[in-house]
Design a protein around this ligand. Structure first.
Ligand SMILES: [Zn+2]
Length: 519
């Protein structure tokens, strides 16, 4: 396979929509910048993984063999600062937060990531790369640190399309007397006493953030990768610096396509640590089903900002409920679960392939031969159109929001067909081709939704209103317990805790409040 020329990707490097052509025919390597694991995942951490999980699913659907890497930054100033506050070592804090990250990804059905390389497992490759950059004249050691010299890299700034001076002005680069140019950045940082460190030719120290990604992507995906992804906020300085290091080291292009996803915002404000409005994923998932969050993240084009609000999530849950009702309807009509259509969810790849083939067979007749007065044929024609529109959306720079719109159209067509044909009202009078067509259309729906990683598993029928009510009732009990404690009525406070425990609600008191979860 020589690449699917219909697929186009907006490449940040060229600022153009370009046909997708991988380096090696039939194979795709994707590198996505992952988290620095020092605090529990917030919603923003899920955006890239969910989007690129769907992108990989689609590339696989097109027949590509895809390797998808997300790195874990497990050594950094932020970890060194946070670990003692939690009475943990840097390594154990990293381990704890990485587990939290993985659990959240799993809940969101992010299953397509092949490897999560950790920076601390690649120190040797990092040191080799830094030494290579020094040898080639692109970097210089200085009192135990090593810096990349941006003045030696003639095309530095090309990813952001700005010259180094503009970049410096925009990034509030710290003044550091050790550096030759203000924009030079650390490849290696000398260790202060007591900090985790590794032995290097420049003394005890640890890698800078940017070089970790250059070394890990090269180790796992080679000198040139097909797609490099990350949030828009990483474009500068992180990606510009990764690019500079890698290309200066290998003298080859670092990534063919740079893809940057839009960031979360809430109430017209960027969701960020500095704004103090980040939402912790585990907290959010107490109130909303993970599928609702995934649906939110895929509902816009990945390059647009994602508007987050509780109302928006509730609205999307109502939209999802209409799909869930259709799946119940399918079960009533066909006496089989939508979720078990054509095999099990553990064989996703084969479901996709077999359905693609069977749909092609159904549609082989071609539209010109379709009799518009025949309801089955015109139904099949409609679903064929949905299929074409769905792939057209994803071929246009992975427009998942548009693709979700087509899924909605498809479910409406299926419901209308079931109504018109009386599939529920007089099931015994249904002719075989009608039932076959309905199943075929539903199979297509399952097929396409799986490309987006949606509707993989049944969602419990507890609806949003109930979840909100439950939250409110538990909070009420917690407030009453707090009130009792304040009044030194400890017997009553204990009684409330005991009754909640009996109901399976586990309380965890912490400074400033009480967390709860349902066992
Ligand atoms: Zn990175």
């Amino acid at each position: 396979m020589n690449g699917n020329t219909e697929l186009k990707i907006f490449n940040t490097l060229t600022r153009r929509l370009e046909p997708f052509i991988p380096i090696e025919p039939g194979k795709v390597g994707i590198y996505l910048c992952g988290p620095t694991v020092y605090k529990p995942s917030h919603v923003g951490h899920m955006v890239g993984p969910v989007i690129f999980d769907s992108i990989k699913r689609y590339l696989k659907y097109l027949g590509f063999q895809v390797t998808f890497i997300v790195n874990i930054t497990d050594i950094d100033d932020k970890l060194i600062k946070e670990a003692p506050l939690q009475n943990l070592t840097v390594a154990s804090l990293a381990e704890k937060i990485t587990q939290d990250y993985w659990e959240n990804l799993k809940k969101l059905q992010v299953t397509q990531i092949d490897q999560f390389p950790k920076a601390t497992h690649h120190i040797q490759q990092i040191i080799e790369m830094i030494q290579g950059l020094i040898d080639r004249g692109y970097a210089y050691p200085m009192n135990g640190d090593v810096y990349f010299d941006i003045s030696k890299d003639s095309d530095y700034g090309k990813l952001c399309n700005r010259d180094p001076e503009q970049l410096e002005a925009g990034a509030r680069i710290e003044v550091n007397a050790k550096k030759k140019n203000p924009g030079d950045f650390a490849l290696w940082k000398s260790a202060k006493p007591g900090e985790p460190s590794w032995t290097s030719p420049w003394g005890e120290g640890r890698p800078g953030w940017h070089i970790e990604c250059s070394a890990m992507s090269r180790t796992l995906l080679g000198d040139t990768i097909d797609i490099h992804g990350g949030g828009l906020d990483l474009q500068f300085p992180h990606h510009e610096n990764e690019l500079a290091q890698s290309e200066s080291f290998t003298q080859k292009p670092f990534a063919r396509y740079w893809m940057h996803n839009g960031l979360m915002k809430t109430g017209n404000k960027k969701m960020s640590k500095s704004e103090g409005n980040e939402i912790v994923v585990t907290e959010l998932l107490k109130r909303h089903h993970p599928e609702t969050l995934r649906f939110l993240l895929l509902n816009t084009h990945y390059r647009s900002p994602i508007e987050y609000s509780e109302d928006r999530l509730r609205e999307l849950r109502r939209a999802l409920d209409s799909y869930y009702r259709f799946f119940d309807r399918y079960q009533r009509i066909c006496k089989e679960s939508f979720y078990h259509l054509e095999g099990s969810q553990t064989k996703q790849d084969s479901i996709i392939q077999s359905s693609k083939n069977s749909l092609n067979r159904t549609l082989e007749k071609g539209t010109e031969k379709i009799d518009p007065t025949n309801p089955v044929e015109s139904f099949l024609q409609e679903i064929q159109l949905c299929y074409q529109q769905f792939t057209a959306c994803l071929n246009e720079d992975f427009n998942t929001g548009g693709a979700i719109g087509i899924l909605f159209d498809l479910s409406s067509i299926l419901n209308r067909f079931a109504d018109q044909q009386g599939l529920e009202t007089h099931p015994d009078k249904i002719e075989k081709p009608v039932m076959e067509a309905f199943k075929q259309g539903t199979l297509l729906f399952r097929e396409l939704s799986q490309i987006l990683g949606l509707f993989i598993e049944p969602v419990s029928s507890a609806n949003t209103e109930n979840t909100t009510l439950l939250d409110g009732l538990i909070q009420l009990a917690l407030d009453l317990r707090q009130e009792a404690r304040k009044n030194k009525n400890f017997a009553q406070a204990d009684q409330i805790r005991k009754r909640l425990t009996e109901l399976g609600v586990v309380l965890e008191d912490r400074a400033g409040g009480t967390d709860w979860r349902i066992n």
